[in-house]
Structure formats: structure tokens, C-alpha cells
Design a protein around this ligand. Structure first.
Ligand code: PGA
Length: 260
């Protein structure tokens, strides 16, 4: 696991956007896995800025988001489809036909999850998967004790996850109970995983992910099994890491070292 520690949340988001734009530039037909949530908003703002400056070309890209709430239609307030439209899809040169999220309003959510998993495979798999982390260690909506080899499926959200996302909904009753999410097995199949966490509220989950045992109780710890996982943190999210000085020595200021 590569741990890049930046000073501020804004620098961590900019570093993350830079890794994504490098992937866009390096591949003829990049397939990006995308994430939602407050942590990602400055990443998408930075990507839009890079695009406007001619440094991020999405014209050949395909995207697959991690998850979507069951029961919400694509334009509905609170849906991740709406979030992505507003934050990125409508602001860069992505082909809408190649921007994928699970269909939260599908008549049969279980069949939709299978269709989504098959669509990722048909696109050749994901080159770079962007991830956030929940305070309980979830990635996507794989809540604690999710199978570490699970595929895209319907999951029940924990009370703490529903509370954390309450601000996107008009009332507590409107927060969905279920979501369709890529499984941890789906996520681990991505050729590169890139997780961003910022703020002191995430520091305990970050420490369990990086330095704790691999355990379904902390789903993000499964990234320890991935051969190319990069974690980008600000100083607050990194605060509980025991080997923080080692990570900072390897990647000073979050930069790649020049191996002599
Ligand atoms: P957040 O969500 O960025 O809104 O904290 C992250 C997550 O729950 O995966």
C-alpha cells in the first residue's frame, strides 16, 4: 500500500485529481471507477479545472460509479446519479452513454446488480478505482462484515451511514435503507485502487484500514491485499497512524520518490 500524506484536505484532493488525470493521459481507453460523498467534491472541482486548462481529456473515458441508492431515480435529489451530473458529468467532455451507475429505480434491484457487474466486465474491467472511506471502515456501501470477495449486490445501510448522508435528503424518512454497491471483490479487481480520506473524523478508520488486521469488520482493510493501492490523506486523517514518520520518509510531502 502506498500512503501519501499531504498537509491539507485541498492539497490531498488536488493530488488525487492529478493521479486521475495522469491515468486519463496514459491510457487510450481509460475505465474509471468513481465515488461520491463530500470528500470527493473538491476532487471533481479540481478535475473540472484541469479539464478547462486542457490537462484532463475525458473523451475516450468510460466511468462506473461504486454505488447508488435503491428506489431513487437518476435525477432525484440525493441520488448519486444527480451528484455525479452536478459535480462532473455535465462539466467535462464525458460521453453520457459511457457514464454508468447502478439504476436505483430498476424494477428488480438484484438483477440490476448482476447486470452492472457484467457491464464492468464487458468494458474490460476498471483501470483506476476512486474510493472514499466511511467512519465505520466501509468502501462503496460495503458495510462492516461484508464479504471480502463479494460482487455487486444489494446491501442494507447501517444507521451510522444513513445519518452521515442525511444532509442530502429532505427528511430522515427519505434516506434510503438499501443500496446497490460494487462488492469488495469487484473493487479489488480494479487494476489500481486510489482511496482519499480527509479530516480527523476519518483518522481511526484510516488507521484500521492501513495498520489493522485484514478483517471484514473493517472492509477497507481488504485493500491491504491489493497489489496497487494508493491512499491519499491529509494530516488530520493520518493522525492515528503508528508508522506515519516512515510513510512521510518514503513519500515526502506525498511525492513519489526518485529511487537512486
Ligand atoms: P464522505 O463519504 O466523503 O461523505 O465522508 C465517504 C464514504 O462514506 O465512503
Amino acid at each position: 500500500m502506498k500512503v501519501l500524506i499531504l498537509e491539507t484536505a485541498a492539497e490531498a484532493a488536488a493530488r488525487t485529481a492529478g493521479i486521475i488525470s495522469d491515468c486519463l493521459a496514459a491510457l487510450d481507453r481509460p475505465v474509471l471507477g468513481l465515488a461520491t460523498g463530500g470528500t470527493m467534491e473538491p476532487v471533481y472541482t479540481a478535475l473540472v479545472e484541469l479539464h478547462r486548462n486542457g490537462k484532463a481529456d475525458f473523451s475516450n473515458a468510460t466511468t462506473f460509479n461504486l454505488d447508488e441508492y435503491v428506489g431513487l431515480s437518476p435525477n432525484q435529489r440525493g441520488s448519486y446519479s444527480r451528484f455525479m451530473q452536478d459535480a462532473l458529468f455535465s462539466r467535462v467532455n464525458l460521453d453520457p452513454a459511457r457514464c454508468h451507475l447502478p439504476r436505483g429505480n430498476a424494477e428488480d434491484p438484484i438483477a440490476e446488480a448482476k447486470r452492472y457487474e457484467d457491464a464492468i466486465a464487458a468494458a474490460g474491467g476498471i483501470d483506476l478505482q476512486l474510493l472514499g472511506i466511511g467512519r465505520n471502515g466501509h468502501i462503496g456501501f460495503n458495510e462492516p462484515i461484508s464479504s471480502l470477495s463479494g460482487r455487486t449486490r444489494v446491501k442494507t445501510l447501517t444507521e451510522s451511514t444513513r445519518r452521515a448522508n442525511a444532509r442530502y435528503f429532505p427528511s430522515a424518512n427519505a434516506i434510503p435503507r438499501y443500496a446497490i454497491t460494487m462488492g469488495i471483490g469487484t473493487i479489488l479487481d480494479a487494476r489500481h485502487c486510489l482511496l482519499l480520506a480527509t479530516g480527523g473524523g476519518k483518522s481511526a478508520a484510516v488507521a484500521r484500514m492501513i495498520e489493522g488486521p485484514v478483517a471484514a469488520y473493517c472492509p477497507a482493510s481488504a485493500l491491504q491485499m491489493h497489489p496497487q493501492a494508493t491512499v491519499v490523506l491529509d494530516r488530520d486523517a493520518a493522525a492515528d497512524l503508528r508508522l506515519i514518520h516512515y510513510y512521510q520518509e518514503i513519500h515526502p510531502g506525498g511525492r513519489e520518490p526518485k529511487i537512486p
